[in-house]
Design a protein around this ligand. Structure first.
Ligand SMILES: NC(=O)c1ccc[n+]([C@@H]2O[C@H](COP(=O)([O-])OP(=O)(O)OC[C@H]3O[C@@H](n4cnc5c(N)ncnc54)[C@H](OP(=O)(O)O)[C@@H]3O)[C@@H](O)[C@H]2O)c1
Length: 225
């Protein structure tokens, strides 16, 4: 049976590559973008329907969910990396903290909450939260405070959602996609977005109610919470 997969932040980077690969293997892909005018590559992919929403807007998320039927896999991929420096980074403003925390943390929560009724209609629904090794308790080299804190919170959300949603039959995992050559990861990163997307989709396939609550990377290596 055809699976329906929804990916947020899919107009570029890892989200775009997950959309491409999920559609190529036969999923019905719903791919969300903030600005459909800047999503021509995504919109041209066969099997992909483009949805327009910002993950920080619960009303628009609710409207999108009301038009979505059964959902097998929800991938919370949209994310922002700002204030990459140390304490003195001028990007440490209330506005930038607000924007990153709203997207990386509240955006995950709002997206999951909006699409729960759709997930509940699928036979074996799953939620994947794209976190980062920068959230891992094993890695605290200093700097990038805002991003690290936001992804640590996103991982924590995933872990607690896994507990609450297990009885509803919904499995939840948090994932590090690798250090990936995208606008966010930069050109010196380790792997391309295709390799990351392929690995992540395989990890989501492996996710089950037995493994719900995992935090692992795109190769399946466990991450420390
Ligand atoms: N690249 C890496 O090395 C790396 C490593 C660890 C984790 N990650 C995580 O992997 C995910 C994808 O990263 P990427 O490298 O593909 O980043 P990217 O190229 O910067 O793309 C980020 C995507 O998120 C979308 N987005 C940002 N804020 C949004 C909002 N409020 N509502 C909806 N969409 C929003 C962007 O849309 P616009 O085009 O409209 O801005 C874009 O589609 C992120 O969660 C990131 O934190 C990446």
């Amino acid at each position: 049976m055809t699976k329906t997969t929804l990916i947020t932040g899919a107009n570029r980077g890892i989200g775009l590559e997950m959309a491409r690969r999920a559609a190529a293997r036969g999923d019905r892909v719903l791919a969300s973008v903030r600005d459909p005018e800047r999503a021509s590559e995504l919109a041209a992919l066969p099997g992909v329907t483009v949805l327009g929403f910002d993950v920080t807007d619960p009303d628009v998320l609710a409207e999108a969910a009301a038009q979505t039927g059964p959902l097998d896999l929800l991938i919370c991929n949209a994310g922002q990396l700002r204030a990459r420096g140390g304490i003195d980074d001028p990007e440490h403003t209330p506005e930038i903290w607000d924007s990153v925390l709203m997207t990386n943390v509240a955006g995950v929560f709002f997206t999951v909450r909006a699409f729960l009724p759709c997930l509940a209609q699928a036979p074996a629904p799953k939620i994947a939260v794209i976190s980062s090794i920068m959230a891992s308790s094993e890695r605290a080299p200093g700097g990038s405070y805002l991003y690290r804190a936001s992804k640590a919170a996103a991982t924590n959300l995933a872990r607690n959602l896994a507990v609450d949603l297990k009885d509803k039959g919904i499995a939840v995992g948090a994932y590090h996609p690798g250090w990936v050559r995208t606008d966010m990861g930069g050109s010196s990163a380790d792997i391309d977005a295709g390799e990351s997307a392929q690995g992540l989709l395989a990890r989501f396939d492996a996710l089950s109610l037995e493994t719900t609550g995992v935090f692992e990377d795109y190769r399946g290596d466990p991450m420390a919470f």
